[in-house]
Design a protein around this ligand. Structure first.
Ligand code: PGA
Length: 238
């Protein structure tokens, strides 16, 4: 896994955005799997500026939302699809039909999951992931099998607690549906993104700890083209 330690949070944002622009130039029909949450928003805003200034285009790209919570209203601002729309998708030139998200309110969730995996098909070119405080990747909580597919997941308590960061009410989700590790680790390129002091301890475990499903993010160390993007605060315990 490439370790990319930046000098400041703004260098971390600009560095990730510059690499992302390069990937889009090299392959305009890039197939992307994108996380939501607090981590990527500055990078997404930088990509919005890149599109506005003509330095990048998503015209031929395809974007898959990584996951979403269950039990929240469709317009809840904390839903992953709505965060992705608010920070990125609504402000770029991605054709609407090439933005895919997971309908967690559908009556037949097994079909939703199977359809999403079928749509992912041969997989992603580039996957952007945050890292949970317990080392999860998306909704792949500790213990998730490396070959897991898109599925309903009961969230761990720290993940439930963290969801409050995105909500303007206290009705915290307890489950969600997320792309499984098979497609995340099968992505041609994987970026793990972390910023801020709260991530320093889990980053130490991801980089120095034993590789295994107890800390799903460690599995990225076996990937041939994975990079960990860190700002100084997230890298502080290395
Ligand atoms: P965060 O969440 O980006 O809001 O810190 C990361 C995650 O749980 O994957």
């Amino acid at each position: 896994m490439n370790l990319l330690c930046f000098d400041s949070e703004s260098a971390w944002i600009n560095g990730a955005a510059a690499f992302w622009r390069d990937r889009l130039r090299a392959k305009p029909n890039l197939r992307l799997c994108l996380t939501s949450g607090n981590t990527p928003n500055g990078i997404y805003e930088a990509m919005v500026r890149s599109v506005a200034s003509g330095q990048a285009s998503f015209r031929d790209a395809e974007v898959f939302a990584l996951d979403d919570y269950g039990g929240l209203a469709p317009d809840d601002r904390g839903r992953c699809v709505n965060m992705l729309r608010r920070y990125l998708v609504d402000h770029i030139d991605l054709p609407k039909e090439r933005f895919h998200s997971i309908d967690t309110e559908a009556p037949d969730l097994e079909k939703v999951c199977a359809d999403y995996d079928a749509l992912i098909g041969d997989g992603f070119d580039l996957t952007l992931l945050g890292i949970g405080l317990n080392g999860h990747l998306g909704l792949n909580e500790p213990g998730s099998a490396p070959d897991s597919l898109t599925r309903r997941v009961e969230m761990h308590q720290s993940t439930i607690t963290a969801s409050a960061n995105y909500l303007d009410h206290g009705r915290l989700p307890t489950w969600g549906v997320g792309v499984g590790l098979k497609h995340l680790l099968g992505s041609k390129e994987v970026w793990l993104l972390a910023n801020g002091p709260k991530k320093a301890e889990i980053i130490r475990r991801v980089v120095r700890g034993e590789i295994g499903p107890d800390v799903p993010a460690t599995l990225a160390r076996r990937h041939a083209n994975a990079s960990l993007f860190l700002d100084p605060a997230a890298a502080a315990a290395l």
